[in-house]
Design a protein around this ligand. Sequence first.
Ligand code: BGC
Length: 738
Amino acid sequence: MNVLTRTILASGVALAAIMPAAAQDGSATPEARADATLAKMTVEEKIALLHSPMTAMVPPSKRPEGLTLSAGYVVGVPRLGVPMLVSSDASLGVSNLMNMRRGDVATALPSGLSLASSWSPEIARAGGVMIGSESRAKGFNVMLAGGVNLVRDPRAGRNFEYLGEDPLLAGRLVGGQIAGIQSNNIIATIKHFALNSQETGRNVASVEMDEAAMRESDLLAFQIGIEQGNPGSVMCAYNRVGGTFACENAFLLNDVLRRDWGYKGYVMSDWGAVHSTEAILAGLDQQSGEQIDAKPYFSKLLTQALADGKVPQSVVDTAARRVLYAAYAHGVVDNPLKKGVDIDYAANAEVAQRAAEAGIVLLRNEGGLLPLAASAKRIVVIGGNADAGVPAGGGSSSVRPVGGAKRLGKGATSGPAATFAERFYGGTPPLEALQAELPGAAITYLDGKDVAAAAAAAKAADIAIVFAEKYATEAVDQPDISLGEGQDALIDAMASANPKTVVVLETGNPVAMPWQSKVPAIVSAWYSGQRGGTAIARVLTGKVNPSGHLPVTFPASVDQLPNPVLPGSDAAPADKATRAVYGIQAGTKPFDIRYPEGADVGYRWFDAKQRQPLYAFGHGLSYTSFRYSGLQIDNRAPMTVRFAVTNTGQRAGIDVPQVYLKRPGKAKRLIGWGRPDLQPGETQAVSVLLDPRVVADFDVRKRRWIVKPEQVTIEVAMSAAEPVLTATTRMKRQTIKP
Ligand code: BGC
């Protein structure tokens, strides 16, 4: 007897008595089970699967009983055993802004960019397993987690949620994360499909890019993520692509996702991203957050469109079948949510700590200033609210961590950001963690507002550690890449007062560092989550040997970027007519976003243009050193690159050697990497298997990836800008289905 047939409904009626035979049979395919259930459903029940309200906007008396306050819910088909689908954000932990205010907590993982700095799909998976288990225990069976928009601009407000600028790295990491989440018998949602790489004008802007460039960059990240993670759901984005809203874009949803990639799950909209009932004809299955759209497109108006014959019944059936398919395929039906499940927060905090430690990037370490020497007895810690906790990004992904969070000021007080503008600091404060790690040292803290006092304290100390932060949030982009709030001047003054100054960056984006040459040691800790303070202290003191590598390029200035001016930053505010047409309450007039880099995102652009960034994609130092040797290439398709890595230093450490392929006249592309964990003196073999799509051209006319027979250069490198071993080889021609 399978789990389902043993399950008894609250009413006491055995499911076996009321469910169609195939739907009960756990050994039947999810397709067969979905078909069997669909055959028993009324039209109303089918339509009920296709829209979800934002829970907070439903009066409590009208909410289904037992519903956890959530981003949204779909009522399900209880009489046929299909449970309510209850969703919560997001990739960094179980976020629930509403429950947060009621004191709910969850384990906060570090930000997406921190996770991506680990270059480890295993760490991504472990984080996913953990947040998925908390999600289920809190009453959610759909996690709006799996953000994989590529970082195209270091000013974009949501970059901290995403996984960097490279489609292979981001795709593999999101795949690991999704697989981990779904191992809990819940559905994960890869998002925001597609090209939602900035917040400015996100509801109105149209990304204008040729198809080949999309396929070779942003779409490839989704494609790899979907292949590796098999998410039950895809969330379409707010923006338009080629003039058409992503949530009614037949090219994206029907052609690319379904026809070319064979995706079988369902597409849900972003909250407030639906603009028509006809969107269902273009491949959208579910309208989420329906009250914030202009109209009830997928409920009342869909019923009307069915009656008028504008939407055929078969289209509604297809959409409902996809929702059912995902619910069966991902164990949501067979494993009903249970209330009162205990969460092992102590064990989960360890997962967050391991992720934070793996995501810290040592950018600079002149003279081996780090790890902190045992002789450093007087340490002054300055700024960044390091006495309060570590910062976090804002918006729908916010997690109130276990232990609570302190609210210290606003990130923005007006505009759309205002609602998301609370700056929270959580977890063990770095100051406290450092004091615990270094009991023999006198460690004091100054907030840095009085620069002269901070400089005097730095001068009197053996070491000064400045925490520099920059707030980032959903809904708002940043005007520039400076740290702001006087922090550049503060750091400069500290470095002048004490040459042994360390800067710890806590940001959601790459930042400029005008003081860089004066500061011997710089660490990027990103937003490091609930155990971030501890992780930072353990890296600074050497308990943990840093192994993070940048998943994004740090430009020297915005002038190096493909778009020195953020697209739409000068767009006029939306007038009444625009607001009505686009169904928005605020924002800008519509505009087009053009990305001159096309598929050459991030390091590829810097390579193509021969520009020297401040810190290159892939860069990350260690307290030990590594040697690469023995590069060998087997160029039979699929190509394999082999080499060895030796730890030539005194400490154990993890390295991330990267392999790039450079075609004649083209920008280099990452084709793989290793992550060997090496004792001093130890050597390990690394082998990288080429996914040919990463280096192919997408031929739009033939709808095929084409690998050209040509001589290419292979680099084994410490970063996109630091090749160590190089060799040439001849590619074999290959033609691959999309
Ligand atoms: C965000 C999504 C999120 C949704 C539900 C939207 O504003 O763009 O990422 O999942 O809200 O909270």
